[in-house]
Design a protein around this ligand. Structure first.
Ligand SMILES: NC(=O)c1ccc[n+]([C@@H]2O[C@H](COP(=O)([O-])OP(=O)(O)OC[C@H]3O[C@@H](n4cnc5c(N)ncnc54)[C@H](OP(=O)(O)O)[C@@H]3O)[C@@H](O)[C@H]2O)c1
Length: 229
């Protein structure tokens, strides 16, 4: 979101638990001359997704903005549990955070997006590169890819583009929580480019898709994975 704010967008972003990090991002954006607001929401609950969009409306109303230009669905949780050990609670949580939240966020965004708007969903290379322990995670992201493809068809007549970005291993809290430090170098070497992705690598692809140069791409799944898949 720092990148979109730097590119001139007024950005409302969500966090689930890390209020300190969210406040720091808002402060950094404002110091750089941009505009951002953070809203706490557990996106796995549709009622909270609805409240989030109401909060977005209020924030933008104070700026004199009606409607939305861009929705980026980024929140996600991993799972590394083998199929034999996945509980119903873990299955439901991963599906709710990763897939259900995206569906209802797209639904609320559709009612607000101006013609020519943009939607980007975050999937993963794991929908194309099967990895032990990632059955539920990959399935949740496969659902996101399908929401994206259908939304492309439903929204095209309004000039709204809808695309997926599928990162490979990217150096974030999520990856560091899922892969032991000693294994990270091996993961990096799996990519032809020989390194882990950086958050800025993914942000660049999203910024391209939502920017002026991305207008003729829709229904695509861009694999931002350093060539791994
Ligand atoms: N990093 C990778 O290697 C990688 C690879 C492929 C795909 N991806 C995808 O890229 C996206 C971003 O991942 P990341 O690596 O940046 O992960 P991250 O560092 O763990 O950040 C995940 C974000 O999701 C938020 N979140 C988690 N549960 C939530 C909930 N129930 N409601 C609202 N927000 C929630 C977190 O908020 P709090 O911090 O406030 O809890 C955090 O901002 C995800 O969709 C992920 O699946 C990542």
């Amino acid at each position: 979101m720092r990148r979109l704010a730097a590119d001139g967008a007024a950005v409302v972003f969500t966090y689930a638990t890390n209020e300190a990090a969210a406040k720091q991002v808002v402060a950094e954006v404002e110091t750089a001359g941009g505009w951002a607001r953070a809203v706490r929401a557990d996106l796995s609950e549709p009622a909270q997704v609805e409240r989030l969009f109401a909060a977005v409306d209020q924030h933008f109303a104070r700026l004199g903005i009606v409607g939305l230009d861009i929705l980026v669905n980024n929140a996600g949780v991993p799972t590394g549990t083998p199929i034999a050990e996945v509980t119903e609670a873990e299955y439901d949580r991963v599906m709710a955070v990763n897939a259900k939240s995206v569906f209802f966020a797209i639904q609320h965004a559709i009612r607000r997006l101006r013609d020519g708007g943009r939607i980007v969903t975050l999937s993963t290379m794991s929908t194309a590169y099967a990895t032990p322990g990632e059955a539920v995670y990959a399935a949740s992201k496969a659902a996101v890819e399908q929401f994206t493809r259908v939304a492309t068809q439903e929204l095209g007549e309004r000039g709204i583009t809808v695309n997926t970005v599928s990162p490979g291993p990217t150096d974030t809290d999520l990856l560091r929580g899922a892969v032991p430090e000693e294994a990270l170098q091996g993961v990096a070497q799996m990519t032809p480019l020989g390194r882990l992705g950086r958050p800025a690598d993914i942000a660049s692809v999203v910024a391209f898709l939502v920017g002026l140069d991305g207008g003729w791409l829709t229904g695509q799944n861009l694999r931002a994975d350093g060539g791994l898949v």
